[in-house]
Design a protein around this ligand. Sequence first.
Ligand SMILES: Cc1cc2nc3c(=O)[nH]c(=O)nc-3n(C[C@H](O)[C@H](O)[C@H](O)COP(=O)(O)OP(=O)(O)OC[C@H]3O[C@@H](n4cnc5c(N)ncnc54)[C@H](O)[C@@H]3O)c2cc1C
Length: 463
Amino acid sequence: MSDAGTGRRHRVVVVGGGFGGLSVTRALDKAPVDITVVDRTNHHLFQPLLYEVATGILSEGVIAPALRSVLKRQENVRALLAEVTALDLTSRTVTAIAPDGEVLELPYDTLVVSAGATHAYFGHDEWAAYAPGMKTLEDARRLRRHILGAFEMAEMAELAKDPEERAAWLTFVVVGAGPTGVELTGQIAELAHRVLPRDYRAIDTRQATIILIDAAPAVLPPFKEKLQRYTKRTLEKMGIEIRVSTAAVDMDDDSITVKGPDGEQEIRARTKIWAAGVRASSLARMLGEASGAGLDRAGRVAVQPDCTLPGHPEVFAIGDMVSLNGLPGVAQPAMQEGGYVAKVITSRVTDQPAPEPFKYFDKGSMATIGRGRAVADAFGVRLTGVPAFGTWAFIHVLYLIGWGSRISTLYRWSWGMFTRNRGQRLVTVGQAREELTHRKFDELRSSSADALSSTAPPASEAR
Ligand SMILES: Cc1cc2nc3c(=O)[nH]c(=O)nc-3n(C[C@H](O)[C@H](O)[C@H](O)COP(=O)(O)OP(=O)(O)OC[C@H]3O[C@@H](n4cnc5c(N)ncnc54)[C@H](O)[C@@H]3O)c2cc1C
């Protein structure tokens, strides 16, 4: 079907190929529209398993299939690798920057924006340098280099007979005890206690101190109390120190200062990981300014009950960047909103009655803690331990895209369970250096080469 009077098909531009963007795109498979999906990465990222990339369990490709390959059979879609920088709701144009810097203008009849969220450091953006967060594949790679680099440095500190340094390298502090913080601390503990001990000669990695802090009074704040108690108990049994009602108040390369019920304390820790706050994509603010829609404290734009923006029925926003009916920033709302928006678009282009406003179907929530340990809360049933872990594993494998990724994940998990090993542990001295010191290895190498050449004997004396 062509748009009335134009002789061409209805053009839909989808910004973001994450959970929301991919859902809307796939659900428009049979619709008489031409879709352009623009994303600043070339992959669809399965964020719930990012922590497994960060801790060396899974390889990146398994959780991040190329968008082109995911969409290759859907003929009404083209994918573009470009970063969206402006949304002009008046001229109905999306502006994006291509990899070579070229500016692309993408006209649309319908726009769907699902650009997700990023980290929020509660007014302390400078902490990003000391406590990296984990939202993208690059973040997970960086964390992996940092964590592996810290164990390497601890070994060297021990060889240099510097116990204080060794302890600082072997101290890991995770800020934020939501599902991501719990999953990360659990996996760092498994690395230190089960995977690495036999690999090191000087240090005992089981002596690592792993601390989980949160300003809230309990771990996993959105979960029911029984599940919170189970999680806390399990983490403590795994050797993790939990500090609730405790906030980060300062940090630098070597330490973090926290404030809790017993006052302020500085903890020497070379590894700090941020799993605390989120802020909506900056495109949410752009949409708010252009349409008059309000923003909440997390910068999420308030959408109408049908996911459109006020005064702009042709513009939809979904997922983590919107506030709608108090829904949480997790995958299910993004996916269900995507499916719903596809129905609205299809009804419009096929002259069918519009569907009812969006209604969320809560399928529950779950979080994994470690091997064979998880919590799940769905349809009034609360599970812990192995049953919860089995449910968690089944659902996560099911939602991964492609049989190759599913089989590879199952294989990696089984292999890790039997061998106590992890296959994704590659790091170079340059990469670790950059993560641990924020300086490029090349600069350090050339400055140390200068220092060496200034102390070197004249060439004629050299042998
Ligand atoms: C570490 C982690 C673990 C999580 N675990 C769970 C879990 O276990 N269960 C659960 O339900 N949810 C989980 N979530 C949350 C879930 O992943 C998100 O709610 C979901 O991804 C939101 O979908 P979205 O489409 O709004 O955003 P995303 O899936 O983040 O997609 C946004 C897309 O937009 C692209 N983009 C952003 N800005 C631009 C731009 N300017 N130009 C072009 N492209 C752009 C991004 O590259 C990305 O591909 C987790 C999130 C994280 C970070």
